[in-house]
Structure formats: structure tokens, C-alpha cells
Design a protein around this ligand. Structure first.
Ligand SMILES: [Zn+2]
Length: 311
């Protein structure tokens, strides 16, 4: 009995030992598994970080490339500015005469747009850009909302001239003083936009207009001399596209392309209601381009195409 009891106690002890051993093994295996999982996780993290950091490097490279492109763009813009002719010499100066009665030898069209800036100036500029053609804008104060277009046109290489602020015949041709007071007003508007008062002007109605006689007899004779004495030059035209009235675009085109002078000073209008001029413009440019003409903005040496004065 006593022996039996001892035997069973030993067996129980042995069973307990085995259980403890199994427990320890399970713990060790669990620890190993957990360790392995942790190691794997860490390894994965390292790879991701590596990828992320290589991505960052890539991004940095892209950023650098972009910055380089931007820097190059700036360089180009600067270069363009440097390439643009210095036009500060276009400022009115009583000691420097402007204009020429001699045409230049190359076939040239001087497109001139009167009465702007306007709702249509941007459309006109877009077409000129498309054909890389330069032109001249004789501006007024009729649409103050578009004054910034004066600078836009100038910065694209077009010439800005003065056409009077009010464009009101009764006002500008009331007297010489009234004319110059109005001219000064538009001169200041232009100076605010481009930095100086230009020497180029166009009389409302041209120098040959006789409407001015309704207000002051002989005023065009007097003004045509006085403006030159003050350092300005006035520019008339030798062909008009006929957009003063309500002609459709094809009529404007046909009139505009009806001459073959070596120097053409073409009168057109840039005004809120002159959509037909915008419509006709591409075909007018294409016509003269096909005939080998160049398109230039007026400068100090440009043929001034004076009309005969009728008042
Ligand atoms: Zn006009």
C-alpha cells in the first residue's frame, strides 16, 4: 500500500515536470515566433523608409528640375527684355524731330488702330501675335476700363501714339489750347502705362479733316505746325479699311488690300463695336504677307504719310 502510494506520488511529480517542460517549450517557441515577427516588421519598415527616402530624392530632383526650368524661363524673359528695342527714345522731345517724308525701301505695312483701347484690343493683339506682326495704336481716353491694355500692347512690341483723350471734335478743335490740353490728358494716361509721353500723334479725322472748320477756321493748318514745333509728329494714312461705318468684314478686307504701295499706312479702328475689323484682320495680314510685305510698328524714322490740309 505504502509502495503504491509512493509510486503514484512519483508519477504525479513526473507528470508535473513534463507539464512544466512543455510550458517552457511553448513559451520559448512563442518568444521565437514573436521575435521573428518583430524582426520581419522592422526589416519591412527599413525597406519602406529606403523607398520613401529614394522617393524624396526623386521628388527633390524633380523640384530641382522644375526650379531649373523656372530659372531658365526667367533667363529667357530677361533675355527677351534685353532683345526688345529700347523705345525710351520715342518720348516727345522738342529738340528731336520725328517722322520722315521718305518711304523705306522694304515693302512694309504699318497697321494703325485708332480709338482704343477697347473691348476688342485683346482680340486684335491675339491676331497680331499669331502672325508675329507689329502695329501702332493711337489711343484715346474713351474706355478707362481698358487703359491697362495700353501697357499690354506696348510690352508686346507695338507702338503707342496719342489720338486725344475725349475724341470730341467740338472740344479738341475749339482752340489750339483746347487741343493741347486734351492731348496732354491722354499723354499722361499713356505715361502712366508705359513710362513716357510718346511723340507720335494722329489727329481725330486726320490732318485733312474739314469738320474742324465748324469749330475753328484754319485750326488744322496751325496745329499741324505747332505739334511739330513741340516735338510731336502726326501720322495720317494712305489707305483706310473703311471701318468707320457699318461695313461687313469682307468689304473692309477688300478695301484694306486694294493698294500695292511699297509703304502702306493702313487706317483701322480698335473700338467696342468694331468686331468686323477683328474678323477682317487675319485675311488682310495674310494677303500682304503673301505679297512679301513686313508689318512694322511706327518709329521715329517712319514715313508719316501726311494728307493735304483742308482747314
Ligand atoms: Zn479716331
Amino acid at each position: 500500500m505504502e509502495q503504491k502510494k509512493r509510486m503514484s506520488r512519483r508519477r504525479r511529480q513526473a507528470i508535473r515536470k513534463r507539464r512544466i517542460l512543455i510550458g517552457v517549450i511553448v513559451l520559448v517557441v512563442a518568444a521565437v515566433i514573436v521575435g521573428a515577427v518583430l524582426l520581419l516588421k522592422q526589416a519591412k519598415k527599413k525597406t519602406t523608409t529606403k523607398e520613401a527616402s529614394s522617393k524624396t530624392v526623386q521628388n527633390l530632383n524633380i523640384d530641382n528640375a522644375e526650379q531649373q526650368t523656372k530659372a531658365e524661363g526667367t533667363d529667357n524673359a530677361d533675355a527677351k527684355k534685353e532683345d526688345a528695342p529700347d523705345r525710351s527714345g520715342f518720348a516727345v522731345d522738342p529738340n528731336v524731330p520725328a517722322g520722315s517724308d521718305k518711304a523705306n525701301e522694304e515693302k512694309t505695312v504699318y497697321m494703325t488702330f485708332d480709338d482704343g483701347p477697347s473691348y476688342n484690343t485683346q482680340a486684335v493683339l491675339d491676331i497680331l501675335d499669331k502672325y508675329d506682326a507689329k502695329a501702332t495704336f493711337f489711343v484715346t481716353g474713351i474706355n478707362p476700363d481698358y487703359f491697362d491694355m495700353i501697357k499690354t500692347a506696348y510690352d508686346k512690341g507695338h507702338t503707342i501714339g496719342l489720338h486725344t483723350y475725349s475724341h470730341d471734335y467740338a472740344n479738341v478743335y475749339a482752340s489750339q489750347d483746347a487741343y493741347f490740353s486734351d492731348l496732354d490728358q491722354i499723354g499722361q494716361v499713356v505715361k502712366d502705362q508705359i513710362g513716357y509721353v510718346p511723340c507720335f500723334i494722329r489727329f481725330p479725322g486726320g490732318s485733312s479733316n474739314t469738320i474742324s472748320a465748324n469749330y475753328t477756321q484754319g485750326i488744322m493748318t496751325a496745329l499741324s505746325q505747332e505739334v511739330q514745333a513741340r516735338g510731336y509728329q502726326y501720322y495720317d494714312w494712305n489707305i483706310s479699311c473703311g471701318d468707320g461705318g457699318d461695313n461687313p468684314a469682307d468689304v473692309l478686307r477688300d478695301q484694306a488690300i486694294s493698294v500695292d504701295y511699297s509703304n502702306i499706312v493702313l487706317l483701322m479702328h480698335d473700338a467696342n463695336n468694331k468686331e468686323t475689323t477683328v474678323q477682317a484682320l487675319p485675311e488682310i495680314i495674310e494677303h500682304y504677307k503673301n505679297l512679301g510685305y513686313q508689318f512694322k510698328a511706327i518709329d521715329r524714322d517712319t514715313f508719316d504719310a501726311h494728307h493735304g490740309i483742308g482747314n
